[in-house]
Design a protein around this ligand. Structure first.
Ligand SMILES: Nc1ncnc2c1ncn2[C@@H]1O[C@H](COP(=O)(O)OP(=O)(O)OP(=O)(O)O)[C@@H](O)[C@H]1O
Length: 264
């Protein structure tokens, strides 16, 4: 498998109210192969979201390069960057749905914005995405009429509408109960298997990530402290979080198997 995402020497600092700067990422390099599911874990403030958001330049690194499919996003003019970003879907903790639009229109929204599909093709694409997340029968519902898990499914469908190569997930389950969390992660696993979409996910759900991810990256103080395949339980883990995750894997909590779990 080739590298789909290639971050090299990424650094990012934020300006604080007192005028000083906080170094959120320091010289981070990360490669993600096409079709991989990579989990980013770390204590609060370790830089997980900043790293995830650097992949589509929602946060623009101060230094380093961000390549997707061999193309350097940092050097792209605005118009090309906009079109490159269509290959990178994103979902957030609080869904970010448009409340005045129904489910169908929420999923159609990015297509209307970026793609010139005729009405039947647009409808087919939206149906296909809603089918994938098990919500074909809720196309006419409004976000306020849906559970948290259903809202997150809509946001998955919306993220997939542009047929992206990459799906970035920023704590997609932290507002959900344990059963719904497992079901959402199982849906992501199924989508990865069915479509080959590369997934990078930030989450604090170590047990679930141990089952879902092909690779887990541990961030500490804005740096990568270690990375490993959670299925490789024999190798030594150098961070406390790495050891904790290994425990969940060896306990075989079966929180969410890669082979998929039924929608709940
Ligand atoms: N826009 C910003 N302005 C100032 N500081 C920021 C900004 N965004 C992030 N930070 C700081 O950068 C550090 C890394 O933030 P980030 O959100 O990446 O951490 P995280 O690992 O995702 O944390 P959490 O698990 O709590 O979401 C934190 O100390 C945070 O306060």
């Amino acid at each position: 498998m080739q590298n789909l995402i290639q971050l090299h020497g990424i650094s990012k600092s934020f300006r604080l109210p007192d005028g000083s700067r906080y170094q959120a990422l320091q010289d981070v390099s990360l490669s993600v192969r096409a079709g991989e599911i990579v989990g980013l874990i770390g204590r609060s403030g370790a830089g997980k979201s900043t790293l995830l958001r650097s992949i589509n330049l929602l946060e623009r690194p101060d230094h380093g390069t961000v390549q997707i499919n061999g193309q350097d996003l940092m050097r792209m003019p605005a118009a090309r960057l906009r079109s490159a970003r269509e290959q990178i879907g994103m979902m957030f903790q609080h869904y970010n749905l448009l409340h005045n639009l129904n489910v169908y229109e929420n999923v159609a929204f990015p297509l209307r914005l970026h793609e010139r599909l005729n009405a039947p093709r647009l409808a087919a694409r939206v149906r296909e995405c809603l089918d994938m997340v098990g919500l074909a029968d809720r196309a006419g519902s409004y976000p306020a009429q849906l559970s948290g898990g259903q809202k997150q499914r809509v946001s998955i469908a919306r993220a997939l509408a542009s047929r992206p190569d990459v799906l970035l997930c920023d704590e997609p389950t932290s507002a959900l109960d344990a059963t719904t969390m497992r079901s959402i992660l199982a849906t992501l696993s199924n989508i990865n298997l069915a479509l080959g979409v590369t997934i990078v996910i930030v989450s604090h759900e170590l047990a679930a990530l141990a089952q879902l991810c092909h690779r887990v990256v541990v961030l500490e103080d804005g740096r990568i402290a270690e990375q490993f395949d959670p299925a490789d339980t024999a190798s030594l883990r150098v961070t406390a979080l790495g050891r904790e995750l290994a425990y969940y894997r060896s306990e075989s909590g079966q929180a969410c198997s890669r082979e998929g779990v039924q929608h709940v």
